[in-house]
Every structure is written in C-alpha cells, then in structure tokens.
Design a protein around this ligand. Structure first.
Ligand code: A2P
Length: 327
C-alpha cells in the first residue's frame, strides 16, 4: 500500500526534481497532490506519464488525510504551512532553512543520522545543500578517527540560488547585467552566499557550521567556513580540511570512505581521476577525491567533495527521509 503524498512548491527547481526522484525510485504513492502559489494554480505537471493539476496552497490543503508532504517553497511558506500540515497528521519534510535549528525538529541526512527521524513531532528538516554532501563524507571519518576541527571552502553552483541565479549566469555570459546577484557571476566568483551577518560571516557559512554540529551530534565541534558562488550551473564542490584527534593511516581513510553509504571514491591523480561538478550532475551520490595528508598538522587530511546540489543536496535527501518514514 502506498501513501498520500503532497509536494509543496511543485513548480520550483527542487519541486520538479522531487517528482523526478520519486518517479525514479518508484516511491509508493496512492494519491499525489501538487501545490504552489496562486500564480501556478491550474497548470499541470507530469508524473509517471500522468498530468497532475497544480493547486494553490491554502490553509485547508491538508484536510484530506495527506500522510507526507515534501516542502520546497521558501522559508515563509514553510513557517506558515508546516505547522498547519502537521496539526492535520501530515509529516512534513521541509527543504527550507526555517525549521532546521529548531530544538523539536530533527535535521536528517539518512546516511548519517537516520535515528533522529524517530523523535519528530510532525516536521523533519532537510539540511542545507552544502552541509548534506559534507557530512556524508565526514561522519564515517568522525566515527573512526574523531574529528577535532573542520575548515570548509566551498565552490557552489548558481542553481542553489534558484532560477534567478541560473539566469544570471546564462544571460551574464552574453553580457547582460545580473538581476539576482550583486555582481556578475559569469567569468567571476562571489564570496557571498545568502546575507551577511553581524559577525562578518554569511548566513550560508553559519548554516554549514551549525548544521554540521547538529547532524553529527557534536555541538562543540570546531568548524569554520568560507562559501563562494562560482559560474557552474549544477553541483557544489568543497575543499574540506579535517583535523583528527587520533593518529591514522591513509589506507584506513580510503577504506572507511570506500565502505561508507552514499560515498563514491574517485581518487587516482595519476589518471586525472577526481570528481567535478559536471560529472556529479544528475547523480545521487557524494563523490570524494584528492584525499591527502595535511602535512601542516599532526593528524589531518584535505579532501575534495562534490555532489549535485539539487539532487543529494535537496530533492534526493528529502525523498530518502520519506523512504525512512514509510519503512
Ligand atoms: P510558483 O511557481 O507558483 O511561484 P524556486 O525555489 O525554484 O523559486 O521555487 C519556489 C516554489 O515555491 C515554487 O513552486 C513556487 O510556486 C512556490 N511558492 C512560492 N511562494 C509560495 C506560496 N506563497 N505558496 C505556495 N507556494 C509558493
């Protein structure tokens, strides 16, 4: 038997990918409901060769026994409608940042902390895209060698900023001025993702720091981050510097990552093998390469971690959470 499933924000970039991933993974659905803003009401979207009409999201939208709703319609929509859905017995898997750091909301990456879905009270948060791919690679290393400190430097695709970001790159190549970003992104890089905070960090950087601690159950872990937007359509890349508490050998690092769920090792510099965002595009795994000892500290490594930000960084992770819920 399947579930009654709703997609909120179905017309958006992540919303459409929810549908693609649900179809590919043959998620058991008895009834499917698609919601977006008023402007999309009446339009249709295809799922498994059937056309579904998009409805305007309203307060009574969840009054029909919907079991699970995947939300990707922005923080404000989520803040308003997730509690309404939950009060009707629907379990919300929310891709926005609205609920992630809430004490009563689990923040889940199925390869890392699947046990946390057990304490949900109707809302489960999907982490930030750059955090998801990082912790898939970091958690197994933490379990084996205990991480002391993490330094993130990211190279993030424009699709993470939605259609507006995508268009700024596409049209920017032809010389059009940007609309979404404060500077041209074509042939450029911006050390600026989301808004600046009082401490000089961007909100994206603080999301990576705080969400890593929550997902890995390491509230005091030392983490710092610099997040950068680069002229790539899909796929976030990350240089991650990790310092361990304990001594280790490189063979064990490779073995641990090789055996980790969701991780694909691509590390053979002699053959120019390492992950790139173009390679990761459209795939669900987290790709890891360029693993090498950090010779400037006692026990540390550097590695390069790449994943499709719209799939594992958003839609796929949320669908995996829904799969855990129906298990
Ligand atoms: P719409 O297409 O009708 O504006 P993206 O992140 O790619 O911009 O997508 C955002 C998604 O969230 C879209 O599906 C958008 O619908 C939806 N959305 C935005 N605001 C609302 C709202 N107030 N109520 C419901 N859905 C919304």
């Amino acid at each position: 038997m399947g579930v009654k499933l709703a997609v909120v924000g179905a017309t958006g970039m992540v919303g459409r990918t929810f549908l693609k991933v649900l179809e590919e993974r043959n998620f058991p659905i008895d009834e499917l409901y698609l919601f977006a803003s008023k402007k999309s009401a009446g339009s249709t979207l295809n799922f498994k060769n059937n056309e579904y009409v998009v409805e305007e999201l309203k307060e009574d939208s969840f009054d029909r026994g919907i079991d699970i709703a995947l939300f990707s319609a922005g923080g404000d929509t989520s803040l308003k409608y997730s509690p309404i859905a939950a009060s009707k017995g629907c379990i919300v898997v929310d891709n926005s940042s609205a609920w992630r750091m809430h004490d009563e909301v689990p923040l889940v990456v199925p390869e890392v902390n699947p046990e946390d879905i057990k304490w949900h009270k109707g809302i489960i948060a999907n982490p930030n895209c750059s955090t998801i791919q990082a912790v898939v690679a970091l958690k197994p290393l933490d379990s084996s060698f205990k991480i002391k400190r993490i330094v993130y430097s990211t190279y993030q695709a424009v699709s993470g900023a939605g259609l507006g970001g995508f268009n700024d790159l596409k049209k920017g190549i032809e010389g059009e001025p940007p609309k979404k970003f404060p500077h041209p992104i074509a042939f450029n890089m911006l050390p600026h993702i989301d808004v600046f905070l009082d401490n000089g960090y961007t909100k994206e950087e603080m999301k990576m720091i705080n969400e890593t601690r929550k997902i890995m159950h390491r509230p005091d872990l030392k983490v710092t981050a610099t997040t950068v937007r680069v002229p790539v359509y899909y796929g976030h890349s990350e240089s991650i510097n990790v310092e361990f508490e304990r001594d280790f050998n490189m063979e064990d690092v490779y073995r641990v990552l090789h055996n980790s769920p969701g991780v694909v090792l691509m590390d053979d510099p002699s053959k120019n093998i390492y992950p790139t965002p173009l390679y990761a595009e459209g795939k669900d795994e987290v790709f890891v390469g360029r693993i090498r000892r950090d010779e400037s500290v006692d026990y540390g490594i550097n590695m390069w971690v790449v994943a499709d930000n719209i799939r594992k960084g958003a839609a796929t992770n949320a669908v995996q959470i829904a799969e855990l819920l129906i298990k």
